[in-house]
Design a protein around this ligand. Structure first.
Ligand SMILES: [Cu+2]
Length: 188
């Protein structure tokens, strides 16, 4: 029995690892009643973990009309529809959609598109967020200056300088070789 359970667990872990090669992102839910960041760009297959870093309970609830048509509905508490999630929400009850302080809710996004979601108890004070699932995820260096690259003008300068140097060297060589002969010829 023990051996069978062990083997099964290993297989299960392997399967999970193979299925989840997407990145993980964290969105914090705070006592300021916000999702932080409230807008995030991820790649298909990535997972978001909403972590309640405060003590006030929140929910993560998708607007069912503001997710891609073929995307799976998601809501903390595991509800299949927005109305169900709204009607069931009970503060402090994880099964009823609450994510208490220190807890988290995860969802993996496979379908490209934009998703809008909210927190049931704090929707009225603007606790809403959005997710953009796009191939490749967020652009590199999107939060700062681009990685320094040599601009085209610099490349042109390098090429022009190199050509000029080679030309000068070549002319000098020709001048020394043949110019010298002529000078010698003149002297004789
Ligand atoms: Cu909230």
């Amino acid at each position: 029995m023990t051996t069978a359970t062990g083997a099964s667990a290993v297989t299960s872990v392997g399967g999970t690892a193979a299925a989840q090669d997407g990145e993980r992102h964290t969105v914090e839910m705070t006592d300021s009643l916000v999702f932080e960041p409230d807008s995030i760009t991820i790649a298909p297959g990535d997972t978001i973990a909403w972590v309640n870093v405060g003590s006030i309970g929140h929910s993560v609830t998708a607007y069912e009309d503001e997710i891609p048509q073929d995307a799976e509905y998601f809501a903390s508490g595991g509800f299949d529809a927005e109305g169900q999630a709204r009607n069931s929400y009970t503060a402090g009850n994880t099964a009823a959609g609450d994510v208490p302080g220190g807890e988290s809710f995860r969802h993996t996004f496979d379908v490209v598109g934009s998703y809008e979601y909210f927190c049931i108890p704090h929707e009225g004070v603007g606790m809403v967020g959005s997710i953009d699932v796009t191939p490749g995820g967020a652009p590199e260096g999107g939060d700062g200056p681009a990685i320094p690259t040599i601009p085209d003008t610099a490349w042109t300068l390098i090429v022009v300088t190199t050509v000029a140097l080679l030309t000068v060297t070549g002319l000098a060589y020709i001048f020394i070789k043949y110019g010298g002969d002529y000078e010698l010829g003149d002297e004789e």
